[in-house]
Design a protein around this ligand. Sequence first.
Ligand code: 5AD
Ligand code: SF4
Length: 453
Amino acid sequence: MNVYDSARMAEILAPLGYAPGDSPEDADMVILNTCHIREKASDKVYSELGRLRKIKAARAEEGQQTVIAVAGCVAQAEGEEMLRRAPYVDIVLGPQTYHRLPEMVARAHRASMAGDHAGVLLDTDFPIESKFDHLPPKRTESGVSAFLSIQEGCDKFCTFCVVPYTRGAEFSRPVAQIVAEAESLVAGGVRELTLLGQNVNAYHGLDAAGDEIGLGALARQLAGIDGLARIRYTTSHPRDVDDGLIAAHGEVEALMPYLHLPVQSGSDRILEAMNRGHDAESYLRTIDRLRAARPDLAFSCDFIVGFPGETDADFEATLDLIRTVEYAQAYSFKYSSRPGTPAAGMARQVPEDVKDERLARLQALLGEQMTAFNEASRGTSCEVLFERAGRHEGQLVGRSPYNQAVHVTAPGYAVGDMATVFIETCKTHSLGGVLPEDGRPVPDRHAEERLSA
Ligand code: 5AD
Ligand code: SF4
């Protein structure tokens, strides 16, 4: 979502004459768009700010002004402290107020022209009116695949997580606004949309009739946009997978058979302490129901190891759950204590070396599953949407429906085209394929499952 937000900030500043630059040394303004989710991400901000301070000073010696802005969730969470720690920062703004950037930039400039430091402008409100009502219509994008924020914030309050505090309460954009943005992106050449939200399947936006609709119904509407080939969404919560979404996975062809559905832990005790609102059993049932609707659905997941109080037995339960589901992709993290969250104050914090050891074991198992998933693609065929030119002459790189990168020698094809590709080779992070014109057979990867379903 920070990628999406950064693009929108660039758009909103364009009318003021700003364009994205290549390096901070040449920039009149630098915006750091920050992430607060784990300590490591937060720490990066201050080391980056130290670097920018030097650049700002060097530019000042040459008579050049540099406005430094810090946006995003670290700004939201630590705004006041940031002003103390880094007084050379000019603007601090949270994720829900970046539509006010032009006004703040103008004020920072005026102050600087008058020879004052702006005294730092801080805007970390949660305005009643959504920023989306104030942002200009999204300009067209040059890529084939684009992000589209449809939902923001979260009311779930998992005990480890800062999101409800930094992004604010759950909010769904109205359907018409989303459809208009999607249409404009597709008109500009986008063929794949990834719908974004911290809790994207909690989506409950209002349609033209004033009724709330869920993510499944929204996907059906978007699938009707001529020229839009693929729809993905991230990140989902197991508790918000409803019948409408499951049915959409079975029926909406554009909805890709790849779903990021974080479970965090396989231990009911830990899930309870995390306030996840589901147990391992209900998560597995949800996976079964989704697979019944769409047998070739591939799953991706997030895991946290070393949540306070996690025992060896709890950790083993997570490994068991992984063995049951068999993931195509996964992201795993050591629990990181976040100030202000309930888990930060919990007893029995897990020592760092235990976290390290568990993370290594977890990643080894997940690594095996990811490799197995990719290996299983070899000798099958799938639709690939070409996203960019490859390194070799005539080569294009695209994505399979299961979000795997696929390198294909495809002379005569262009970025944005789709082709049925026969997968021949499998590397750690990508697949290699050939076009059927090369005289290879084109077996349908999932013909059998589809028939039996
Ligand atoms: N420590 C470690 N990982 C975290 N995540 C969120 N908060 C924390 C934390 N305090 C992980 C979760 C979430 C992903 C985006 O980041 O797994 O799904
Ligand atoms: Fe954070 Fe996701 Fe839990 Fe919301 S549902 S609190 S975003 S982990």
